[in-house]
Design a protein around this ligand. Structure first.
Ligand SMILES: [Zn+2]
Length: 243
């Protein structure tokens, strides 16, 4: 079986790791086979990742996280950008037109950037086959409640469930993953289309809560997060200086 992280942010949007660092880290320090670079409203990071992919072990899926008027949409397997600001359905249609797979990320996100259960039920009812899957394990949620509800919704709607870290920092890459038969990006696409994927979470280490607070800070604005990180760094330096 292969392992993929379908939701990673780089410095091309609000992530703090470069595309090169993500590919190196995923190749050298994780068991992932495939990663998707999915920056907010830009495909530039994903295209760079595709260019660099030959130098690394992990395979790359180009993608982006598009801001729609009804929450975020994860567009995978696209090689041209999709415009922000359209409805969820129009965005998903556009993604299909250019050969991509539209996924609903963190649909029940407590910070309200998900499309929401009611809308997703309506979309699945009125446009069956449009949505390729639901992210049921999102690595960045502060509580497991949103993930649990998303898992229930996926069974109700009969949609494939995937896992993505939503990593904004290197150490989070791979904390949530998608298991699929095969190893390559093409194998994963076939598995998504045949509903042969399953979500999985990696066990949290003891440092999880500090990082979780950092992630929250990141989503609230980079400046505050950097301040937190720098203060932690200064404290470490200070501690080292104690004779
Ligand atoms: Zn995201």
């Amino acid at each position: 079986m292969g392992l993929a992280d379908l939701h990673i942010h780089s410095t091309f949007s609000d992530g703090v790791a470069t595309v090169e660092a993500i590919l190196y880290h995923a190749s050298a320090h994780t068991d992932l086979d495939v990663v998707a670079i999915t920056d907010h409203n830009t495909l530039a990071g994903a295209l760079l990742a595709l260019e660099l992919a030959g130098d690394f072990r992990v395979r790359v899926i180009p993608g982006m996280e598009v801001t729609t008027t009804e929450g975020d949409l994860l567009a995978l397997y696209i090689t041209e950008p999709v415009a922000a600001g359209m409805t969820f359905v129009d965005t998903a249609r556009r993604v299909r037109e250019i050969g991509g797979l539209p996924i609903a990320p963190h649909p029940l996100d407590i910070l309200a950037r998900g499309v929401g259960a009611r809308r997703l039920r309506r979309i699945q009812n009125e446009h069956p086959g449009l949505i390729a899957g639901i992210e049921v394990i999102n690595g960045s949620l502060l509580t497991p409640v949103g993930n649990r509800r998303a898992e229930n919704l996926r069974w109700e709607l009969g949609l494939p469930g995937v896992g993505g870290s939503d990593a904004h920092m290197l150490e989070d890459v791979g904390v949530a993953r998608t298991v699929f038969p095969g190893r390559t990006a093409d194998d994963l696409r076939a598995a998504l289309e045949n509903g042969e994927v399953s979500p999985a979470a990696k066990k949290r280490d003891s440092d999880y809560y500090r990082r979780s607070a950092m992630r929250f800070a990141l989503r609230m604005g980079l400046g505050f997060a950097h301040a937190l990180e720098n203060r932690a760094g200064e404290e470490r330096i200070r501690m080292r200086r104690v004779p």
